[in-house]
Design a protein around this ligand. Structure first.
Ligand code: SIN
Length: 530
């Protein structure tokens, strides 16, 4: 297959890139693992889309403050200054998304703007607490009906095709066959790394594919230590009424924005002791405080008694009812992996360090989030950088798809049992949760790196002679996890990367690698280099 622009991924960033490239007259091919909209994290986004209101400089200041002062000011300026125009053009005029409004919704002034942690004012467009689904589904429908865009679902991009440092497309597994897709430009929009952790707010399939494919092709990847944990995911483990198989779900920051408070197992509201903005402090601060309060007292609940929760958040109330949560007792919550702030390094047009390769959305590191992302800026970033990457990829790729030589992967050994990937992901998730979570120690990171290298070595050995979605997802998750652990070991604390000494006190020394690791893990295939 050939295309002017190949887009890998079908969340908001991939859709925006496809739309923008098609508008520029490019022939666009979207390749996605998804078979349903909810396979993309964008579809799960609850809070909404922050948009500049009357004071852009305040929005920019909030982003920088949330980032612990590390966000790139030029990237922030791009995001803030383009937010209104891109939302109006794509979401309102093209897709006709009906955001919650207080009036008839025909004027931006009528929108029912929400507030979330870290925002100094109300500026978030939303549809209940299910904004992502109300944006992504019409987006996919629009693209499916649009000339110049082909969407191939249930298709796994395996590796980038490169020729002397230039990216020429990717190999893709679809219908059991590996095919090369030659493209004039390639846009990675593959989302985050939720599957690297045992507990995440992401849908299954968030295996760091774009980050790993780009890194393996030699692209620059940065800020991988900044993995954001959302402070309030429903926690069935501390809910006595939960069934054994009850699943966690995100409880949007918008709930705290409307007045919900956090209490420990003794009923104490602890956030005012931690930060002057209490429950509306930046997300990394709240996540660490919730984690510590849970360690100290065993349980944290989100007390929603001061708001009309059922009226204001009907979709979240329905999820709570489904799990049998006793709302009068508060919603049991725990931090959960949520968003990768780092990723494939890109410039203001989504260009990576490799020729003809672009990235947008969660897999890209634009510099907007620095060390910690401000709430409800991820859909916006996906939209702004998706459009910019798509436009630039179209300019670069139109009429430029070239066939290049490539070595198809070997698929000679019998397929592995289904349980194989589950077992390895389980090991990966336990390692990342235990040693590369909210608070990290140098020794813990050393242990994690040694274990991850061994795991990657095993997976690489299997991947040499087998091709399947799960093997490549495992490989990608191992590569991404190693990049996180290595970056975390080398970087001082900032934002959502918190390096502490083993006793929990602040510390910033590099890690000492645990080359011995766990005895049970000795004797496996030699590890690959991280
Ligand atoms: C939330 O609704 O709390 C999540 C919003 C976000 O991740 O930006």
């Amino acid at each position: 297959m050939k295309a002017d622009v190949l887009v890998v991924g079908s969340g908001i960033a991939g859709c925006a890139a496809a739309l923008a490239a098609a508008r520029e007259g490019a022939d666009v091919l979207v390749v996605t693992k998804a078979t349903e909209p909810e396979d993309a994290a964008s579809d799960w986004a609850q809070g909404g889309i922050a948009v500049t209101q009357s004071a852009p400089e305040e929005f920019a200041a909030d982003i920088r403050r949330a980032s612990d002062g590390t966000a790139d000011p030029e990237a922030v300026e791009t995001l803030v200054s383009e937010s209104r125009a891109v939302v109006e053009d794509v979401l309102l005029d093209t897709l006709e998304v009906e955001f919650d409004a207080v009036g008839d919704g025909t004027d931006a002034a009528d929108f029912d703007l929400a507030r979330e942690a870290g925002h100094s004012s109300r500026r978030i467009l939303h549809v209940d607490a299910s904004t992502g689904a109300h944006v992504l589904r019409p987006f996919l429908q629009h693209l499916s009906a649009r000339d110049g865009v082909r969407i191939v679902e249930d298709a796994t991009a395996l590796d980038l095709l490169t020729e002397e440092g230039t990216v020429r497309g990717a190999t893709v597994l679809a219908d059991g066959e590996v095919e090369p897709v030659f493209a004039g430009a390639t846009v990675l929009a593959t989302g985050g790394i939720g599957d690297c952790y045992a507990r995440s707010t992401n849908p299954a399939g968030a295996t760091g594919d774009g980050v790993a494919m780009a890194a393996l092709a030699g692209a620059t990847v940065s800020d991988m230590q900044y993995v954001q944990f959302h402070p309030t995911a429903y926690d069935p483990r501390t809910d006595q009424r939960a069934d054994d198989d009850a699943q966690p779900f995100l409880v949007s920051e918008a709930v705290r924005g409307e007045g919900a408070v956090l209490r420990d197992a003794d009923g104490h509201r602890f956030m005012p002791d931690v930060h002057e903005d209490a429950e509306l402090a930046p997300r990394d601060v709240v996540a660490r405080a919730v984690s510590r309060a849970r360690d100290r007292t065993g349980r944290v609940v989100l007390d929603v008694s001061d708001l009309d929760f059922r009226e204001e958040f009907p979709d979240l109330a329905a999820l709570c009812d489904d799990r049998g949560v006793d709302l009068d007792a508060g919603i049991p919550v725990a931090p959960s992996e949520h968003f990768l702030c780092g990723g494939v390094a890109v410039d203001d047009r989504g260009r990576t360090s490799l020729s003809r390769l672009f990235a947008a959305g969660e897999c890209a590191r634009t510099g907007v989030h620095g060390a910690n992302r401000l709430a409800s800026t991820s859909l916006l970033e996906g939209l702004v950088w998706g459009v910019r990457a798509g436009e630039t990829a179209a300019e670069r790729g139109r009429g430029e798809a070239e066939t290049v030589e490539y070595a198809p992967p070997r698929d000679s050994d019998p397929a592995l049992p289904d349980a194989f990937a589950d077992t390895k992901f389980d090991r990966l998730g336990r390692t990342m949760d235990e040693f590369v979570g909210i608070e990290r120690t140098p020794d813990g990171l050393g242990t994690a790196r040694a274990r991850l290298r061994r795991l990657k070595g095993e997976v690489d050995a299997y991947a040499r002679t087998r091709v399947s979605r799960s093997i490549y997802e495992l490989r990608n998750a191992c590569v991404s996890s190693l990049l996180v652990a290595r970056a975390a070991a080398d970087a001082p604390s900032a934002g959502c990367h918190s390096l502490v000494d083993s006793d929990g006190s602040e510390g910033s020394e590099g890690s000492k690698e645990d080359e011995q690791g766990d005895d049970a893990e000795q004797g496996v295939t030699p590890s690959a280099d991280d």
